[in-house]
Design a protein around this ligand. Structure first.
Ligand code: ADP
Length: 243
């Protein structure tokens, strides 16, 4: 299997001197192309930092992050920005939509920023793929939380990234809206061969992945595969009790 994302001995932290906090303490992990992996762990275990390093949004203080064979840590800012734009999609809990733009304009924005003239058909298709064909002209304030997150997913997939990194994308959603978003993420893997990495604290969400990485204190402490939400919840409870 081709490796899409690889972290090797990644170290990262915040602050300096005595106030230095270690967030990742030598994390190595590989994410094969066309797979769905969840990253779980207690609060503060380094999940978001791992995702940000994988996305090139944060530079590790040590180790390497490789996307489709390219080492991000060796790239200058311009090359990193281009690789992020072309190959990586990031989805956050709070959607990050532009409130003054319609759903269609939000979906088109990354393409415009990249200097392309988006085809209206491509935008319509992206919105249709997330079940929002009828909402193209709505602004974020006129959409529910679940619909906003689906616009964010449409905005991500319209650029056809190889890798989709999602940080608690269902954290602010009710269970119905969450299910819809998770089905869409699963569909990106099964239908389109994207590689999805999902940071979540929710065992039900992690149950959509075929593999779960567990972090504690900035290290990978366990890996589960093909497990259901019940077993994931039990393993998380044991981990939290040990921390
Ligand atoms: P998680 O996503 O698992 O909750 P994070 O990656 O957000 O964990 O954080 C890992 C560690 O780094 C925690 O101890 C956290 O307090 C610390 N941390 C995260 N972001 C910052 C920041 N901007 N400044 C200082 N410390 C931070």
């Amino acid at each position: 299997m081709t490796t899409s994302v690889a972290l090797h001995e990644v170290r990262a932290g915040y602050g300096t001197g005595q106030r230095r906090v270690t967030a990742l303490d030598g994390v190595s992990a590989e994410f094969a192309a066309g797979t769905f992996t969840a990253v779980m762990g207690p609060s503060g275990s380094g999940k978001s930092t791992l995702l940000h390093c994988a996305a090139g949004l944060e530079r590790p203080s040590g180790g390497t992050v490789t996307i489709e064979g390219t080492d991000l840590t060796g790239l200058n800012e311009t090359a990193l920005t281009r690789l992020r734009r072309d190959r990586i999609g990031v989805i956050f809990q709070d959607y990050n939509l532009v409130s003054s733009l319609t759903a269609a304009q939000n979906v088109a924005l990354p393409l415009r920023l990249a200097g392309h003239k988006p085809e209206p058909e491509a935008i319509a298709e992206a919105l249709e793929s997330v079940g929002l064909a009828g909402r193209a002209r709505h602004r974020p304030s006129e959409l529910s939380g679940g619909e906003r997150q689906r616009v964010a997913i449409a905005r991500t997939v319209v650029a056809r990234p190889a890798v989709v990194l999602a940080d608690e994308p269902t954290g602010a959603l009710d269970s119905n809206a969450s299910r819809h978003v998770l089905d869409l993420l699963r569909g990106l893997v099964d239908g389109h061969g994207h590689t999805v990495v999902l940071v979540t604290h929710d065992p039900v969400a992690a149950g959509y992945a075929e593999r779960v990485l567990l972090l504690a204190d900035g290290r990978v402490v366990d890996e589960l595969s093909e497990v259901d939400a019940g077993r994931i919840a039990a393993r998380m409870a044991a981990l939290e009790a040990a921390c």
